[in-house]
Design a protein around this ligand. Structure first.
Ligand code: NAD
Length: 357
């Protein structure tokens, strides 16, 4: 066995009621003026955090939106300066955490994350900012939150229609790091456990929406999945999600949900050992079909046509996805990719696409 592994500077507190410890933890970190970040939808959550922080809150910036537009980052920078904030506290999903990361990148400002979805951005060193040229992403350890407070009570308000796709977004982060050639054994440990936990807990989240237990389990699974992504790899799947989100503005988590089974089927022959391990962790015989069925079970979309993609967009998507070389287990040619996308667009069951087709 040969491998290299480098962890990220995570500082995690996980548990019911952990949000209440935020003021003391900020003080212990020598921070005293937090700009609280949220989306407009979650401004009440933002105000709650401001109330909790009392005189340690510099104010609320509640304009976080999906994909971190450069214009929003500039507005937030002005707010940081005007309010003389010495850190940010993001309460929300990946969009809000992403804004905190952008401010950490641009200003070197410590960022604290309080996640309320299963997106897992807080566990990765991946940042993204969207400007005129589209979404630019990169990896930088400076954007990893100085502290992450996982308080499962905050997940209770996540509506079912967001929870299902969000959980499958997490699942994708884990699956691509197991169903890969030469999967890193340290990353696989976290990823496989994430697959096992998420596949068991997500249907329970749907069946028992007011039960905190499955939501807490799923949050832990999502944390592990994102830890795998943070120290692991991305491949064709993430390239395609980036393509559809960036070019056709499809919703992030739903795009993952639809594409994952098809990408797993596409790579199945080249990653047979890893794909079998994913299936085993899910308790199914075929990983791609298991993921497709799981999406349907949690009420998530299973076709690109359901999330605003037109059939006539597919040729353009192939062009954009392959504009730069993609690192992937199975070689990606335009014709095979077009077939994959046709299946994903129509909602067909995921199928391997051989080079002879
Ligand atoms: P989101 O953050 O946009 O949240 C979706 C909506 O749900 C928002 O209106 C939000 O306010 C609301 N919401 C969130 N939690 C809620 C709760 N508990 N109760 C009620 N409403 C709630 O969506 P997301 O899927 O969490 O994040 C998507 C973004 O995160 C994308 O931009 C994606 O690129 C990014 N992301 C980044 C990484 C990374 O490693 N950098 C990883 C995953 C996702």
């Amino acid at each position: 066995m040969n491998f290299e592994y480098r962890g990220l500077p995570w500082n995690i507190v996980f548990g019911h009621g952990s949000l209440a410890s935020l003021p003391d933890r900020l003080a212990a970190m020598g921070l005293s003026r937090a700009l609280v970040l949220s989306t407009p939808n979650q401004s009440d959550d933002g105000l709650l955090v401001c109330g909790l922080l009392g005189d340690k809150a510099a104010g609320l910036f509640d304009q976080a939106v999906m994909h971190v537009p450069e214009t929003t980052v500039q507005l937030a920078i002005e707010d940081v300066k005007q309010k003389r904030a010495d850190c940010t506290v993001s309460i929300g999903g990946g969009s809000t955490t992403g804004l905190g990361k952008a401010l950490a990148l641009k200003l070197g400002l410590p960022n604290i994350a309080v996640p309320t979805t299963f997106a897992g951005s807080e566990m990765t060193n991946i940042w993204g900012i969207t400007g005129d040229e589209g979404k630019v992403t990169g990896r930088d350890d400076a954007v990893v939150p100085s502290l992450t407070l996982y308080d499962p009570e905050l997940i209770m308000t996540l509506p079912a229609e967001l929870a299902g796709p969000s959980g499958l977004n997490a699942m994708a982060q884990a699956v691509v790091n197991v169903a890969a050639p030469d999967a890193n054994p340290m990353v696989s440990l976290m990823a496989l456990e994430a697959v096992r936990i998420l596949s068991a807990s997500l249907p329970m989240v749907m069946e028992r929406p007011t039960d905190p237990e499955p939501r807490c389990e799923a949050l832990f699974g999502a944390m592990l999945a994102a830890a795998a992504l943070g120290t692991g790899i991305t491949s064709l799947h993430h390239r395609l999600c980036h393509t559809f989100g960036g070019t056709f503005n499809t919703p992030h988590a739903e795009t993952h949900t639809v594409l994952l089974p098809h990408c797993v089927a596409y790579n199945a022959a080249a990653t047979s050992q890893g794909t079998a391990r994913v299936a085993q962790a899910m308790g199914v015989t075929n990983a791609a079909e298991g993921l497709f069925d799981l999406a349907a079970r949690v009420g998530a979309p299973t076709a690109l046509r359901e999330i605003g993609v037109m059939e006539s967009d597919l040729d353009r998507a192939v062009e954009v996805a392959l504009a730069n070389p993609v690192v992937n287990a199975e070689p990606v040619t335009p014709s095979r990719l077009r077939m994959l996308l046709q299946n994903a667009w129509s909602g067909a069951s995921p199928a391997p696409i051989t080079s002879q087709q």
